[in-house]
Structures are given as C-alpha cells and as structure tokens.
Write a protein that binds this ligand. Structure first.
Ligand code: ADQ
Length: 466
C-alpha cells in the first residue's frame, strides 16, 4: 500500500494542457483550487507553453509565479494540429460526447497524441521525484502514466476525466481504444464526474481488460490495482455567491436591466460547442413562443456563447447554424418592441456573468452530453436567496445527478424544454426558495475544495489490498 504517513504532505504536481500561468482570469474554480494546493506543497504545474513553433523543439521552460513553479512544454505547429486540434478535439471530444458522426479517425492524429503524451511524460520524469503525487487533468493525457511506466519511472499518478466516459459500445469504436484503456489502467487513481461515467468505465474495463471489481472503488487488472473514484467537480460556491453582488456584477446587471425593462430574463451561458445543445435550446424557446403567445413581449432569452475551437470545421458550422436559427426565430416571433432571442457570441468576465445569472428568472442549461457543467452550479450560487430564479437542467449533464431539485428535462425534447421554462416562470416563491435552498446546500457541501481533497484522499487507500 502507498505510504503517505510522512510528516509533511507530498508535493503535488499538476499536469494539464493549459496551465493558469500568466492568466489574468484565475478568479474562481479549478485554477484557484489547484493553485492553492500547489502553493501550499511547493508544487509544480506542467503544461503546454501556449507557444507553437514551425519546427519541433524539446525545450521545457521553468518559471515561477506566486509560489508555484511551472514547467512549460512547447509544441510544433504539426504537433498542435495532430495532438490538440486532431486527436483531442476531433476524435476524443466527439466520441466521448457520443458524437461518433463527427469523429475524424486519422492515424497521424494518434501518432501526434502518443508523441505529445510521451513528451509530457519525459517532462514529468525530469521534474519530479518518487515521493511526489502527479495529478493529470483530462482527455489530452490518457497515455501519460503508461509512458512513465514504460520508461521505468515510478510515480504515484492520478487522472481526472472532466468529460463523460461513454458507453463501452461507443468507446470501442475508437480504433486505438485498447491503447487508451491500457493508458487509463496505468494510473493509480482515476476520478470521474458521475455515477454513470463510473458504471461505463467499470463495464468497459471488465469486458475488455478482464478487470475484477475488488470493492466499491478498486479494480484488479492483472497485477495492478486501479482506484476509480466518483468525484464530481464543484465551484467556489461561497466566493461566486459573493461576486454576484460585487460592483462589477451590479454594473453588468444594471446595463442588461435597462434593456429588459419589465421583461423576465431567461439566460443561457455556454462555450459555443455542439455538446451544449444550443440549436435544440433555441428550438425549445421557439416552441415556447409558439405555444404561449401571452409570453410574447414579456420574456427575453439571452444566450451568451463565445466561439471556441473555431478552426475545427464543426464549430464553424455551429456558429452559422445559430446565426441562422436566431435570425429565423426573431423574424417569426419578434415585434417592433421585442427581440425574442438575444444571442451574444462573446464571453464576459466572471463577476459580470455572476450579475447576469442573478438577474435571470430562469437559468437554461441544456447540454446533450456534459461531464459536469459548472454553469448550472454558478447560476445557483449567484441567486438572491429571497427571490431566487429556477434552474432548468438537462438530464445528460453530470450535474443532474447531484442537482435533483432543478427542473430536469430531456434537451432533445423541445416541448419539454418549453414546458419547463413555462413552469419555471410561473413557479411560486415558496417553491423557488425550497428548491434553491436544497441546491445551494449541495453546491456548498461539495465545492471545489471538497473535490480536490476527495480526489487526493484516494491516494491514502489506493493500491493492492493488504
Ligand atoms: P466546459 O465544457 O468548458 O468544461 P462548463 O463546465 O460548462 O464547461 O464551463 C466551464 C467554465 O466556463 C464555467 O466556469 C463558465 O462560467 C465558463 N463559461 C462558459 N461559458 C462562458 C461564457 N459564455 N462567457 C464566459 N465564461 C463562460 C469541461 C467539461 C464540463 C465540466 C468542466 C469542469 O466539458 O462538463 O463541468 O470541464 O470539469
């Protein structure tokens, strides 16, 4: 068994594609939770430098900021295209979100993925020691621990998957799925967002790798023991709640209020991504306007969705689809003094967002697949306890497994979306308060620090049975 009973805590080493180095927007969330823990343990954060060079370079730049050390790895243009745009975002992202139809299986992408995972493993080996805990973030690095082991490097390694783990039938369609699975099995601890993800990975490992379940969390695969921990990510609920009444938040909220007048605000906030179900959400709102003419002129649906990964074709197409849909719906239902859908293709800073969430009578979070969805939690944290809004949440967001007091809907069912928004708009104050209190308690109990501690505590019990 791993022995962590030493006088000082082990040093934590985080690995992620992007680090928070030099970031102006570290406020809240994962970056802060990791940063605090790294600073406390004199830790190190390894990630991509953000720089792309025409030719491959093996440089690892060592820098420091606010008590945290960073090891920043460069990529060549070809590596960035094959690893990041290619394998990570055109194979793994679509497949893990159940969109096999969008996956582009190109063997050059996989070669780039392997090579970058090896490069990062070499950086981990060079920059860490056996007593460190190496915590790897997300689908960019399924193979990192495998490469460490193959190079004879012994480290305690954990991996957290921020996105869903799909049904084994879907995962198996990736040509290199067995290599990825061997990658997963090389970690000591694997953290997942929802019970559904745990069930899917558990079944896959049993069927493909012959994994035997030892207890609630541990699987034996050959002579290796893997701890699979259910570890839903949270937010800094109290901090976010405070920021919703900050000066910046109130300024943003006042600006929007002036435009809204007496209309109720229904808000959506998402990265522009096909997993977020934006066209379906727009159609759901069109159904609402169609069924309930009494709402015309009385509500405003505002969707904030800054473009992301716009060089990947599917993302550019989505942008076009949303432009067309919102134009059509506004053309069909709008009037001289009413724009039914306001669609803003840009981001806002966290405090501004908090103010906008607080102003909204309904928070509409309807992804088709989502590992967790932090917007759902932020919306709840931002509400006024005396007069809270209502969260309408997709059953396919990891958050739905925890946030059962939201109005849970199937995002493919436009009628269900319309009816839930209608119900939310009509919900009596006492029911809104009761639902909000339960939801707020939940996000405070399992906040971002709980998430970090719960994951790292798995190292206390990981390893073979005594
Ligand atoms: P994402 O898919 O990026 O992350 P999500 O959890 O929805 O998703 O949001 C992450 C953050 O981005 C939130 O803090 C949110 O406020 C911010 N954000 C979203 N839209 C924004 C906008 N329009 N303007 C400004 N900020 C915006 C992945 C997984 C998720 C999982 C997270 C964390 O896909 O399922 O919840 O990681 O594990």
């Amino acid at each position: 068994m791993t022995d962590l009973k030493q006088s000082s805590p082990p040093r934590l080493v985080a690995v992620s594609n992007r680090t928070a180095y030099g970031s102006q927007t570290r406020a809240g969330g994962l970056a802060v939770a990791l940063w605090d823990t790294l600073a406390e343990s004199g830790g190190l954060w390894i990630g991509w430098s953000g720089k792309i060079f025409d030719v491959p370079r093996r440089r690892v730049q060592l820098v420091e900021e606010d008590g945290v050390s960073f090891a920043l790895v460069d990529m060549s243009k070809a590596e960035y295209e094959g690893f990041y745009l290619g394998y990570a975002n055109s194979v793994l992202w679509p497949v893990m979100h159940n969109r096999l139809d969008l996956a582009v299986f190109d063997s050059d992408y996989f070669a780039a993925y392997e090579s970058i995972n090896r490069r990062f493993a070499e950086a981990v080996e060079a920059q860490t020691s056996e007593t460190d805990i190496v915590w790897v973030q997300d689908y960019h690095f399924f193979l990192l621990a495998r490469h460490l082991k193959d190079g004879g490097c012994r480290r305690r390694t954990g991996f957290f998957l921020h996105i869903p783990f799909p049904a084994p039938e879907v995962f198996r369609s990736i040509p290199n799925h067995m290599t990825l699975a061997e990658g997963i099995c090389a970690y000591d601890v694997v953290g997942l967002q929802s019970p559904h993800d745990c069930a899917n990975l558990g079944r896959y490992l049993h069927e493909e790798m012959g994994a035997e379940k030892m207890d609630d969390e541990r699987y034996r695969i050959g002579d290796h023991v893997l701890t699979m921990r259910l570890c839903p990510i949270g937010i800094d609920a109290e901090g976010f709640s405070l920021s919703a009444t900050s000066e910046v938040a109130e300024k943003a909220s006042n600006r929007l209020s002036r435009f809204l007048g007496k209309r109720n605000l229904v808000i959506g906030v998402d990265r522009m991504d096909y997993s977020k179900g934006l066209p379906q959400r727009f159609e759901g709102m069109a159904t609402l306007f169609d069924k309930y003419p009494d709402l015309h002129g009385n509500i405003s649906f505002t969707q904030i969705a800054p473009p992301s990964r716009s060089v990947v074709e599917e993302y550019a197409q989505l942008r076009q689809q949303l432009d067309e849909l919102s134009g059509r719906i506004n053309g069909d239902y709008g009037d001289l003094d009413w724009i039914p859908i306001r669609y803003l293709a840009r981001g806002y800073d966290r405090e501004e967002l908090a103010g906008l969430y607080r102003l909204a009578r309904v928070g509409l979070v309807t992804p088709l697949q989502d590992g967790m969805n932090l917007v759902a939690k932020e919306y709840i944290a931002a509400q006024d306890p005396d007069d809270p809004g209502v969260l309408v949440l997709s059953q396919f967001a990891g958050a739905a497994q925890q946030m059962t007091d939201a109005l849970i809907i199937n995002p493919h069912d436009r009628n269900a979306v319309a009816e839930a928004v209608r119900e939310a708009l009509q919900m009596p104050l006492d029911e809104r308060q009761r639902r909000w209190r339960a939801l707020y308690r939940g996000i405070c109990e399992q906040d971002i620090n709980w998430w970090r501690d719960h994951f790292l505590a798995a190292f206390d019990t990981s390893g073979p049975a005594d």
